[in-house]
Design a protein around this ligand. Structure first.
Ligand SMILES: Cc1cc2nc3c(=O)[nH]c(=O)nc-3n(C[C@H](O)[C@H](O)[C@H](O)COP(=O)(O)O)c2cc1C
Length: 242
């Protein structure tokens, strides 16, 4: 069984691809209640996007609720470049036999523009190739720690990650511009269920995972975060899987 959390589709694709190659099942962890009984599972995996060199809170909370298991356990942190100590953080709440980071296209358009088309396609091709090997290792129950931590990992995963959790998940800068046609897709698809429509326009509540699904997936490109995203592109994996 492979549980995943995903904002823009990378981690969902990784979880489903690994499940496919190992004859396993992939399951979205959002709203999964009760937690499935893991008895009889030979493998239990968690696939998630790395946020500020750490584990998204929603993933850590879910992992902490998983029952103890004799299954082979593994974690995969998808990231644009480097994962810091995210997998070690996860292993503290859910012991992992194997840990991987997997470089994928970055969806973090608050800091920089989306990558070019050819770079995105190259990253996806490399990830697909690497997953062949990962699936073989996991099936063979081989214990590995293959994580690109990057420089100053401790500092990034502790101080910066804590700062991200406390302050950066602020929803106040979200807004819909004139292109919003009130379709409501953002509200329907928000994993945190934080968006409601008022007078046909999205309004953000306080609880937000900062997954950036709303920003990246709006069909009108009408959602902005402050001013910085106005001239930037948008990324979701769907367009590249056709
Ligand atoms: C809030 C946030 C923080 C991120 N922090 C990092 C990071 O620390 N390191 C990194 O390489 N990528 C980072 N990224 C990029 C994502 O981890 C990466 O694009 C991931 O594959 C997205 O997965 P998803 O499509 O399943 O949501 C961040 C993205 C978001 C939205």
């Amino acid at each position: 069984m492979i549980f995943y959390f995903s904002g823009t589709g990378n981690s969902r694709w990784v979880a489903r691809t690994l499940a496919d190659r190992m004859g396993d099942r992939a399951c979205d962890l959002i709203g999964l209640d009760p937690i499935p009984d893991l008895q009889g599972e030979s493998r239990v995996g968690l696939v998630f996007p790395v946020y500020a060199w750490g584990v998204p809170g929603v993933v850590a909370e879910f992992a902490a609720r998983l029952p103890k298991t004799d299954a082979f356990t593994f974690g995969v942190g998808t990231c644009g470049a480097e994962a810091g100590l995210a997998l070690k953080q996860l292993a503290r709440v859910f012991p992992l036999d194997s840990s991987y980071s997997l470089v994928m296209p970055s969806n973090y358009i608050l800091a920089e523009d989306v990558e070019g088309d050819s770079q995105i396609r190259q990253k996806l091709a490399d990830a697909s190739w690497r997953m062949d090997r990962m699936a073989e290792e996991i099936k063979a129950r081989k214990k590995v720690y293959q994580v690109k931590e990057g420089p100053a990992a401790w500092l990034k995963s502790s101080l910066i990650h804590t700062g991200f959790d406390r302050f950066a998940r602020n929803t106040r800068p979200f807004r819909a511009d004139d292109r919003c046609n009130g379709c409501g897709q953002c509200a329907r698809d928000c994993p945190a269920g934080t968006i409601t429509l008022t007078d046909g326009k999205p309004v953000w509540g306080k609880e937000c995972y900062q997954c950036l699904h709303c920003l990246n997936a709006c069909p009108q490109q009408a959602i902005q975060y402050g001013k910085g995203t106005e001239k930037r592109g948008r990324y979701t994996i769907e367009k590249y899987l056709e």
